[in-house]
Design a binder for this molecule. Structure first.
Ligand SMILES: CC(C)(COP(=O)(O)OP(=O)(O)OC[C@H]1O[C@@H](n2cnc3c(N)ncnc32)[C@H](O)[C@@H]1OP(=O)(O)O)[C@@H](O)C(=O)NCCC(=O)NCCS
Length: 177
């Protein structure tokens, strides 16, 4: 398999709104392929769209850094978020969330490029402790291990898979200090 020449970009609020159709399709595809990413198999496109409208609001408020990965055709094929924790006692911390790559573009390095870009964005925002949680059985767990994240443990029955069955959630952290 050849390596995709991925372009990772940071979307401002306007770009985030313009990207909602592509982001919605990525989320739809991930849920349809069984990923535990906050939604169920029966959720509808308008519900996925509403989620991204909310993300654009967070971007506008400066609370979330939204990343997009474009494939060689220029289409958005993946995304990730860096959520800046607003608590006064955690100014050094951020969470990586919703690392999603469309199934048509997987296993070509986009996921790793997005996580690397989220880490670079965290450094630029002076956030040097990163936390995330991941479906215990998904491909994401291998991705984070490979990129040097530390696995804290797994909480059983944390969430539901799109089909309604339980899945555990594995908590990871990475110190950039
Ligand atoms: C997890 C996810 C983001 C990974 O995205 P991806 O773009 O496939 O990630 P990568 O390409 O960087 O790595 C995936 C695999 O492809 C391999 N790979 C990367 N480039 C490759 C290439 N050019 N040739 C062959 N294999 C390659 C990696 O080594 C890795 O292998 P492994 O899983 O056996 O360790 C994607 O599977 C996904 O969106 N899943 C559903 C949503 C989800 O669960 N997200 C996580 C929420 S926390």
């Amino acid at each position: 398999m050849t390596q995709l020449q991925a372009t990772i970009e940071t979307l401002d609020a306007g770009a985030a709104r313009a990207a909602i159709p592509a982001l919605t399709e990525i989320l739809r595809d991930c849920v349809a392929n069984g990923a535990s990413v906050g939604f169920m198999a029966w959720n509808t496109l308008p519900e996925f769209e509403r989620y991204w409208i909310g993300v654009a609001i967070e971007v506008e408020a400066g609370r979330t850094i939204l990343l997009a990965a474009r494939d060689e055709s220029g289409a958005i094929a993946g995304t990730a978020q860096l959520q800046l924790i607003a608590k006064p006692n955690q100014p050094h911390r951020a969470e990586v969330a919703k690392v999603l790559v469309h199934s048509r573009a997987r296993r070509q390095g986009l996921g790793a490029a997005l996580v690397n870009a989220a880490e670079a964005a965290a450094r630029a925002a002076k956030r040097d402790l990163l936390v995330l949680d991941s479906d215990e059985d998904g491909e994401a767990r291998r991705l984070y291990r490979r990129l040097g994240w530390t696995e804290v443990g797994t909480i059983p029955r944390y969430a539901l898979l799109p089909d309604g069955s339980f899945c555990g959630s594995t908590i990871f952290y990475k110190s950039l200090a």
